[in-house]
Design a protein around this ligand. Structure first.
Ligand SMILES: [Zn+2]
Length: 276
């Protein structure tokens, strides 16, 4: 699944490659997929996107906003899979959930693996979509300060039990983070995934805050994770520290054995010696 760094990378690449292109034909998927969320019929999507010009893309959390001017915004959200640009003359993928052809013969496709939103809004109405409306501050915004993060933890503690992994992956409390990047953040902060947030000491809060910002920025700089693909079908340059491959390597910090557990909707990889 794409997380914030992958969406930021896709948006930057769209601005280099797609911005200014005129749509000849916009089509929804040819492959039935019950977990793709559309808000338009095929006919409607085709009619509304015809002749529109691609504006400046932006990413927020796990959502990508692509203006189709004048008047519309295409929203891609909470998806994984492939979001690809194809130069004129390329071979089209057999299955897709979105297929937009431009006047210059190049085209753009999106194919999601698990689920995902591919929705077209009248400009401005995208802000009211569930999960977009009221989204909390994301880690790349200037407002994501330590003071903000510290208060967020205090608020969550008063609302009930939560673990460090839950803080990073549940309810989009820190929008854009997901199960993949959370592993590296927790390792860098030396915090155990199950560590209750009401038992984080001030140093651990600082460590988590800095690990979130540093990891997100590093993954963005490297063009996304190595296990996801960018707009040009190239894997990202960020090699994960804690994923299934970590099981075959010693802990980069202490040389100990990396462990795996299933916890909160996904596998966790961690070092029991380094992460407390
Ligand atoms: Zn270790």
């Amino acid at each position: 699944m794409f997380e914030l760094p992958e969406y930021v990378t896709l948006a930057e690449q769209m601005n280099k490659t797609l911005q200014g292109k005129i749509i000849r034909c916009g089509q929804l998927g040819n492959s039935p997929h019950k977990f793709v969320w559309y808000n338009r019929s095929h006919e409607e999507f085709e009619r509304l996107t015809n002749g529109k010009k691609v504006g400046e893309a932006r990413a927020k959390g796990r959502w990508l906003f692509l203006p189709l001017e004048p008047g519309y915004v295409l929203l891609l959200g909470e998806c994984g899979g492939k979001v690809l640009y194809h130069p004129a003359g390329s071979k089209a993928p057999k299955k897709y959930h979105l297929y937009i052809t431009f006047e210059d013969g190049s085209f753009f496709t999106a194919t999601t693996q698990m689920w995902g939103a591919m929705e077209l809004y009248n400009q401005g109405e995208e802000a009211n979509r569930e999960y977009v409306k009221g989204m909390k501050i994301t880690p790349i915004e200037p407002e994501f300060t330590f003071e903000y993060f510290d208060e967020l933890i205090d608020e969550l503690i008063s609302a009930g039990q939560r673990s460090a992994k839950g803080l990073l992956t549940q309810d989009q409390l820190i929008p854009g983070l997901g199960n993949a990047i959370a592993q590296d953040i927790l390792f860098r902060a030396r915090v155990h995934p199950r560590h209750p947030i009401n038992q984080l000491n001030p140093d651990q809060r600082q460590a988590l805050y800095h690990a979130i910002r540093d990891t997100v920025h590093e993954v963005i700089e490297k063009g996304g994770r190595y296990d996801e693909f960018d707009l040009y079908n190239n894997p990202g340059g960020y090699i994960r520290i804690m994923d299934k491959n970590a099981l075959t390597r010693p802990c980069p910090e202490c040389g100990g054995r990396i462990e795996k557990m299933q916890y909160l909707g996904g596998a966790c990889y961690f070092c029991n010696n380094c992460q407390n």
